[in-house]
Design a protein around this ligand. Structure first.
Ligand code: IPM
Ligand code: MN
Length: 349
C-alpha cells in the first residue's frame, strides 16, 4: 500500500494535481496496486489565513508517507521568498531531498524551439544538488541601508554533500544505460573554491565507474550546448543554483514548462514530485493549464514507489497524447482543456 501525501498548493497547482490523481486512479486499477492519499493545505492561502508556512510537526507528519505529490507553491499576494523558502525549500531541506532530478526529453519535434532537433537529440537528465550551495541561505548584510552596504551570499559545499550527489549521478547514469556519460557542469575558472572541490570529487568518484565516460563543461558553455548540441548530453551533474538555471532552459528545449517535471529525491527517505513550472496565477481556475508536467511527475513518483510498469505506461501515454493530439504544449493553446488532456492520458494508458 503506497501512502502518498498530496500538496496541491497554490495557483494552478490544484488543477494539475487533480489530473495527476486521475491518472493515478486509472494506473492503480490497470496495474493492480493499492494506494492512499492524504491532502495537505500548505501554501499561500493557508499562510494568508494563519501566518504559518511549514512547522516542524508538519515535517514529522510528512515523514510517515512513502512519497509526496506537489502542485505548485507561490501566491501573488504573498511577498516573494516567504513561501518559497518557508514551504518548498523547507520541504526539500528538512526531508533531506538532496537530489533534484530533472529529465529533459523531447516527445514531439514540432514543439522544440530548436531547428532540426528530433526526440533522439534531446534526451538527457540533470542531476541538481538540492540541499546546499547558494540555496543554503548563508550570508549577511553589512551597513544595511547605507551607501557602504555590502551583501554577501555564500555558496556552501560540503565534501559529503558533493560526493553523494555525484555518486547518485553516476549510479543513475549506469542504470539509465544510454550514452553512459556524466558531464560535470560548473565554473572552475572563476569559482575556484567550490568548483575545485566539485572537480576533485568528480574525478575520484569517476574512477569507481570505469564503464562511464566523463566530461566537463562550464555552466555558461552548457547553456550554449543545450541550444546547439543537446545530443551531446546524457547525465549532467551540477550544483543547486546552476541546476536551477539550466533546467529552465532545459524545459524550453523539451517543449516548455507545460511538460517539465522533476523529483526531489531522498534515496533513503521521502521523495517529492512536482511539475517545475510554478503556480501560473494568470491561468488559475481557467481549466487551461497543461497538466502533463504534473502527470510526468506522477510517473516519476510511480517509478520511485516501485511501480515501474505503471510508470512506463504513464510516460508512453503522455508521449502518444503529445504526438497525436495536442496542438501546443502551452497553456490555453493545447486544443484541449486541462481536464480533457488528463482524460486523453487515461484513455491511452
Ligand atoms: C525550482 C524553483 C524554485 C528553486 C523556487 C520556486 C524556490 O525555481 O524548483 O526550480 O529555485 O529551486
Ligand atoms: Mn527554478
Amino acid at each position: 500500500m503506497h501512502k502518498i501525501a498530496v500538496i496541491p498548493g497554490d495557483g494552478t497547482g490544484p488543477e494539475v494535481v487533480s489530473q495527476g490523481l486521475k491518472i493515478l486512479r486509472a494506473a492503480a486499477k490497470k496495474f493492480d496496486f493499492q494506494y492512499s492519499t492524504q491532502v495537505f493545505d500548505f501554501g499561500g492561502e493557508r499562510y494568508l489565513k494563519t501566518g504559518k508556512t511549514l512547522e516542524e510537526s508538519d515535517v514529522e507528519e510528512l515523514k510517515k508517507f512513502h512519497a509526496i505529490y506537489l502542485g505548485a507553491i507561490g501566491h501573488p499576494e504573498v511577498k516573494p521568498g516567504i513561501l518559497e523558502t518557508g514551504v518548498l525549500l523547507k520541504l526539500r531541506f528538512s526531508l533531506d531531498q538532496y537530489i533534484n532530478l530533472r529529465p529533459v526529453k523531447l516527445y514531439n519535434a514540432a514543439f522544440c524551439p530548436l531547428k532540426d532537433k528530433k526526440p533522439q537529440d534531446v534526451d538527457f537528465v540533470v542531476v541538481r544538488e538540492n540541499s546546499e550551495g547558494l540555496y543554503k541561505g548563508m550570508g549577511e548584510f553589512k551597513n544595511k541601508g547605507t551607501k557602504d552596504e555590502v551583501a554577501t551570499q555564500i555558496s556552501y559545499n560540503t565534501r559529503k554533500g558533493v560526493e553523494r550527489c555525484i555518486r547518485y549521478a553516476f549510479d543513475y547514469c549506469r542504470k539509465r544505460n544510454k550514452k553512459k556519460k556524466v558531464t560535470l557542469c560548473g565554473k572552475t575558472n572563476v569559482l575556484t573554491y567550490a568548483w575545485d572541490l566539485w572537480e576533485r570529487v568528480f574525478g575520484e568518484v569517476a574512477k569507481e565507474y570505469p564503464d562511464i565516460s566523463t566530461d566537463y563543461a562550464h555552466v555558461d558553455a552548457t547553456t550554449m550546448w543545450f541550444v546547439k548540441n543537446p545530443e551531446w548530453f546524457d547525465v549532467i551533474v551540477t550544483d543547486n543554483m546552476f541546476g536551477d538555471i539550466i533546467t529552465d532552459l532545459g524545459a524550453m528545449v523539451q517543449g516548455g514548462m507545460g511538460i517539465a517535471a522533476g523529483g526531489n529525491i531522498n534515496p533513503q527517505g521521502v521523495s517529492m514530485f512536482e511539475p517545475i513550472g510554478g503556480s501560473a496565477p494568470k491561468y488559475t481556475g481557467k481549466n487551461a493549464i497543461n497538466p502533463l508536467a504534473a502527470i510526468c511527475a506522477l510517473g516519476m513518483m510511480l517509478e520511485i514507489l516501485g511501480e515501474a510498469r505503471a510508470a512506463k505506461a504513464v510516460e508512453d501515454a503522455v508521449i502518444k497524447v503529445v504526438r497525436k493530439n495536442l496542438k501546443s504544449l502551452a497553456a490555453g493553446k493545447m486544443g484541449y482543456s486541462t481536464a480533457e488532456v488528463g482524460d486523453l492520458v487515461v484513455k491511452n494508458l
